[in-house]
Design a protein around this ligand. Structure first.
Ligand SMILES: [Zn+2]
Length: 268
C-alpha cells in the first residue's frame, strides 16, 4: 500500500497491535544438563581409549557407531569445511535425529551443553555437545551463528529445481550411499546438524543466508552419546559454504574432516 487512503481496490489498510515476543517453549529440565556431570564425562572419555579414528574424505560420507557415554570429536583437519550429521538409535533406526524440535528446545545453532533430540514419538536426548572451539563466535552483527539446525542437507533434487541441471553429488547423495552399505535406504536420511556452518536469517526478509565458515584447521566440536548411536556425516560439496547452492564450487574449496571416538575406561 503506497500513500493515500484505501480506494476500494487491493487490501484494506490494516494496523496490528504491537506485542512482545514470548519464548515459545519453557525449557524442559531434560534440556539443561549438569555442566559438572558432562565435563566429567568428557574428561573420563578423553583419558580413556581412542576406539575409532577415521577421515571422511572430501565430497563423501562415512558412518560410525558409538556406545552411550562415548565422546566423538570432529576436527577440521585441512581447510574450512562444513559437515552434515545424521543420528539414529543404534538398536532402532526409526528413532532418528529431529532437527526441528532440537531448534525449538534450544536454538537455531547449537553449542556446548545443548542436546540433539530424537523424533516423535521418542523425543529423547541422543547426544550432548561438550566442547566447541568456535563457541566464542556467538551471534554476530548479522544474527549469524555456527553449527546450524535451521538448514537441511544439500541435495540434487533442489539443485535441479534451481539450475535445471541433473547432478549426482550432494550431502544427501553421499549420506544415502553411506547408509545403503548398512542395508538402509535414501528415506533413512533426514535433516542434518550442519556443523561448522555459519548461517542466519536476513533481517529484512528472513531469508536463509550463509557466510563462509569461520572454522579453520584445528577447529573441533565434541559431543557425548546419550544412547547407543549410529552416526553418519558427509563433507559438504559446498566446502565452507561461501558460494550459493546452484553455482559452481571449485574443488579446492572442499576438504576432509577428521572423526575420533573416545571411550572411558572402567578405572577412570
Ligand atoms: Zn551439503
Amino acid at each position: 500500500m503506497s500513500g493515500g487512503g484505501w480506494c476500494g481496490r487491493g487490501d484494506r489498510p490494516r494496523t496490528f497491535p504491537k506485542r512482545k515476543p514470548v519464548i515459545c517453549y519453557d525449557s524442559p529440565a531434560a534440556a539443561s544438563v549438569s555442566h559438572a556431570l558432562y565435563d566429567d564425562l568428557r574428561h573420563r572419555a578423553l583419558l580413556g581409549e581412542t576406539i575409532l579414528k577415521l577421515e571422511v574424505p572430501k565430497k563423501s560420507a562415512r558412518t560410525w557407531e558409538m556406545k552411550k557415554g562415548d565422546l566423538c570429536r570432529i576436527t577440521v583437519t585441512q581447510g574450512s569445511q562444513v559437515g552434515d550429521v545424521n543420528f539414529w538409535n543404534l538398536q532402532n533406526r526409526n528413532e532418528r535425529f529431529y532437527s526441528g524440535k532440537t531448534r525449538q528446545l534450544h536454538s537455531t545453532h547449537l553449542t556446548v551443553y545443548d542436546r540433539l533430540w530424537s523424533c516423535l514419538p521418542y523425543l529423547r536426548p541422543m547426544a550432548t555437545v561438550v566442547a566447541d572451539s568456535l563457541k566464542k563466535y556467538g551471534i554476530d552483527e548479522d544474527g549469524a551463528s555456527i553449527h546450524d539446525v535451521i538448514g537441511t542437507r544439500c541435495d540434487d533434487y533442489t539443485y535441479k529445481l534451481i539450475t535445471g541441471k541433473d547432478r549426482s553429488g550432494s550431502c544427501h547423495t553421499y549420506l544415502t550411499e553411506a547408509v545403503k552399505k548398512l542395508g538402509m535406504s535414501e528415506t533413512d536420511v533426514h535433516d542434518v546438524w550442519n556443523i561448522f556452518m555459519c548461517t542466519g536469517f536476513s533481517k529484512d526478509t528472513h531469508k536463509y543466508f550463509v557466510k563462509a565458515s569461520p572454522a579453520v584447521k584445528g577447529d573441533y566440536i565434541e559431543f557425548i552419546a546419550d544412547m547407543d548411536l549410529l552416526v553418519a556425516m558427509s563433507t559438504c560439496p559446498q566446502g565452507d559454504v561461501s558460494i550459493p547452492v546452484g553455482q559452481e564450487v571449485p574443488d579446492d574449496k572442499c576438504h576432509p574432516l577428521g572423526v575420533e571416538v573416545f571411550r572411558a575406561s572402567d578405572e577412570n
